[in-house]
Design a protein around this ligand. Structure first.
Ligand code: LLP
Length: 418
């Protein structure tokens, strides 16, 4: 559920007409709804209230500082995968003791940075990483708290690029090796094992994969207890899908109802790392129609947002609903919605039935709050979009539109070589 609705044929973000935001900030423009973010966090909090838990929001989905600050105010933790994300999370006020750090390629600097900031735990993805973290902790005279990320070999039935818990994937430790690695971890002096972690993929629309994966890691949990390896945190990752078109993903409550019975009697705390299901439907991308173009075979709406602003359609073939900002009830047309970038893969929608909007009108690309701006780039030297947060009838700019100067600010012409 979200707070982007039409009133008299005009799209509103909460109580603010999208047109007003366009007039003030221009396009392409990401617009987020505060009320929707809060609603989604509450849905998780209420769903899992029966068991001790921490929600560690997956920063990668949308890492804008203002969004992170909203979560910090609610006492939410963070799932991070880089030093940069740790920097953002801390800057936003998220408590380090609620931060978990995953990722297969943590660098020495990132490990040190996280140790110095006393994060809750590292979600370790390989044997070599265990040794590395131990060595770094030793040199800093610290104890590193870790969970092992276990790869349960489960097909989450999602796009192959975002399935992460299959045997063939680079993520985690094969479940059959996990016990051995836990024993190694236990033997390392500067490491304290406190958790078990898994994350099987993203945009998962059935609870069964979550249940299967949790069952697998809980049988490992039981074996670990027998070996005197007590686990304090069971981190089940993120991955709950959202409705982009006609998917019917479980509500956090459905997820909780199917998982809580499995963990209720276990000691320790549950960690959940939702990203998309918190921010996905809390954001839209608004774009201006620049040209209408007809060829013998196709109609095109050429808009001012491109694959550099929202790469999901071309990268994963993802569907994002597209609606005119002002509905005028006119004939519809089947068209591709394409950006200005010099790539045939630069599209936001293919063969989409849309009202025949004219140049100068605006379209809203829905469900763009997760992995939208966060995956944007400057390709074709396009300054990145501005981002705005709406709360009721108020709004604020939370990221300025980039300028041409921003594009080149880190570049150096080495006169001495030229
Ligand atoms: N935890 C870990 C360790 C993860 O790798 C991820 C996402 C999450 C949590 C959050 O998953 P979520 O609740 O958002 O599904 N760029 C892709 C999605 C990549 C997801 C990567 N990992 C997309 O646009 O669909």
């Amino acid at each position: 559920m979200h707070f982007f609705t039409y009133k008299n044929g005009e799209l509103f973000a909460e109580d603010v007409p999208v047109r007003e935001l366009i007039n003030e900030f221009g396009t392409p423009l990401y617009i987020y709804s505060y009320g929707t973010l809060i609603r989604h966090i509450r849905a998780y909090e209420e769903a899992f209230c029966e068991v001790p838990h921490i929600i560690c929001y997956a920063v990668k989905a949308n890492s804008n500082l203002a969004i992170l600050r909203i979560f910090a105010e609610l006492g939410i933790g963070a799932d991070i995968v880089s030093g940069g994300e740790l920097f953002r999370a801390i800057k936003a006020g998220i408590k380090p003791h609620k931060i978990v750090f995953a990722g297969v390629g943590k660098t020495d600097e990132e490990i040190e940075y996280a140790l110095k900031n006393k994060i809750l735990m590292f979600n370790v993805e390989s044997e070599a990483e265990l040794y590395k973290i131990n060595e770094k902790a030793k040199s800093l005279k610290k104890i590193a708290y870790v969970a092992l990320r276990v790869n349960p070999d489960i097909d989450p039935k999602t796009h192959k690029y975002i399935a992460t818990g299959l045997k063939s994937s680079k993520f985690g430790i094969p479940i059959e090796k996990a016990l051995d690695y836990y024993k190694i971890a236990k033997s390392l002096k500067n490491i304290k094992v406190i958790g078990i972690h898994k994350h099987i993929g993203s945009q998962i629309t059935e609870t069964s994969a979550f249940v299967e994966a949790l069952n697998k890691i809980l049988s490992l949990y039981d074996r670990l207890s027998k070996e005197d390896l007590d686990i304090e945190y069971v981190d089940i990752g993120g991955g709950l899908g959202i409705t982009y078109k006609d998917e019917t993903p479980p509500h956090p409550k459905d997820l909780a109802d199917s998982l809580i019975p499995l963990i209720k009697n276990k000691k320790g705390k549950l960690i959940i790392e939702p990203g998309r299901s918190i921010v996905g439907n809390a954001g839209i991308l608004v774009t201006k129609v620049l040209y209408n173009k007809e060829t013998d075979t196709k109609n095109f709406f050429i808009v001012d947002a491109g694959m550099n602003d929202l790469i999901r359609p071309t990268l994963y073939g993802s569907y994002h609903d597209i609606q005119p900002v002002v509905i005028r009830k006119r004939p519809k047309l089947v068209a591709d919605v394409v950006g200005p970038i010099c790539e045939s893969g630069d599209f936001l929608a293919k063969d989409r039935e849309l009202e025949k909007v004219s140049a100068g009108e605006y379209l809203a690309v829905m469900s763009a709050g997760a992995y939208g701006f966060a995956m944007s780039s400057n390709y074709n030297s396009r300054p990145r979009a501005a981002e705005v947060l709406v709360k009721g009838d108020k709004y604020a700019l939370i990221r300025k539109r980039e300028t041409y100067k921003d594009l080149i600010k880190n570049e150096i012409i080495p006169e001495e070589l030229l």
